[in-house]
Design a protein around this ligand. Structure first.
Ligand code: Q46
Ligand code: ZN
Length: 305
């Protein structure tokens, strides 16, 4: 197969675009897609300070690399979840990337902030680690962005993540989530920072190819709690369809975004206010993270008596 860009021998096949590229042209293709997504959804401008949440995996580190190369003002934030072994190894990859690129990395540790790690909070509140983790990560990156006066937070969610999340929301008719699922979530309150996903049209495989070509030191292992997650089942189902009909994942997501207006009426006008304890945005008197942590800390104190 020949490279679509320069006719040299191709190394990466991009089946959903019916194309193949050599290593150099694939990097150009990847950077162009990221740039296009940022512009098409008005995610941020070259002068904006962007807070990028990195996990040590191929997606967020590839995005970090791409944003640096595209000349954006990016600051990375690593959230240490306190997952034994895994968090140390994922943090090491982020630190290695930062050192290799002569850039800095901000870190916030869940255990240092609240005295308990994600698995401990999950155990004490009898929740699944992922349910606790998602909520706490969103809370922390919004807080860090506000404190650092960043107008926008970027995450490394890719096409596979977005298509799987769309499939899950449709299967369960989560109309509220469907109304809000988009690659650019504007700030709807002065204390909520805009959230964007510049990789939303790039597959997991494309991010992996970019990371390998760029020699990015990413962590290849999955979080131990990812096993058995329903999102993985949805990804597998979509991969199965994609193999038989390349391009389905992308057209599924793009078609949804085009017709998203159909779900507008479900984007309930909820009244947002500030949590009476921590000041973060919530719909109730006390935010869900403060309530969760209060329960976990009470149980922790009771067990120590
Ligand atoms: S890190 Fe957290 Fe994921 Fe691990 S505990 Fe679940 S949500 S699987 S992206
Ligand atoms: Zn709170």
């Amino acid at each position: 197969m020949r490279c679509k860009g320069c006719q040299a021998k191709a190394t990466v096949e991009v089946r959903h675009h019916n194309a193949a590229y050599c290593n150099d042209c694939f990097q150009d293709y990847f950077l162009k897609r990221v740039q296009h997504n940022i512009r098409a959804y008005k995610m941020f401008s070259p002068g904006d300070r962007v807070l990028l949440v990195v996990s040590g995996g191929k997606d967020s580190l590839s995005l970090w690399d791409a944003l640096i190369r595209l000349g954006y003002q990016v600051t990375a934030l690593y959230i240490d979840l306190g997952i034994e072994g895994y968090s140390q190894r994922s943090g090491d990859k982020c630190r290695e990337f930062a050192a290799k690129n002569g850039t800095s990395l901000g870190t916030i540790s869940v255990k240092e902030v609240w005295g308990l790690s994600i698995p401990e909070i999950a155990r004490k509140t009898r929740r699944t680690p992922c349910a606790v983790c998602g909520r706490i990560k969103r809370y922390l990156f919004n807080k860090c962005a506000l404190e650092g006066s960043f107008p926008v937070v970027a995450t490394g969610h890719n096409l596979d993540d977005e298509a799987a999340s769309l499939l899950g929301n449709l299967l369960h008719w989560q109309t509220g989530y469907l109304a809000r699922q988009q690659p650019n979530l504007p700030a709807t309150h002065p204390k909520l920072v805009k959230k964007v996903k510049p990789l939303y049209t790039l597959t997991e495989r494309e991010c992996l190819a970019y990371a390998l070509i760029r020699n990015i030191p990413y962590l290849a292992e999955d979080c131990p709690y990812a096993e058995g997650a329903t999102s993985i089942t949805y990804k597998e189902a979509l991969n199965h369809i994609e193999a038989a009909s390349p391009g389905t994942k992308l057209s599924f997501l793009k078609g949804f975004l085009k017709h998203k207006g159909l779900f507008r009426e479900y984007d309930g006008e909820v009244e947002l206010r500030e949590c009476s304890r921590c000041g973060q945005v919530t719909t109730e008197e006390v935010c869900s993270v403060c309530r969760l942590l209060e329960r976990a800390q009470k149980r922790s104190a009771a067990q120590q008596k």
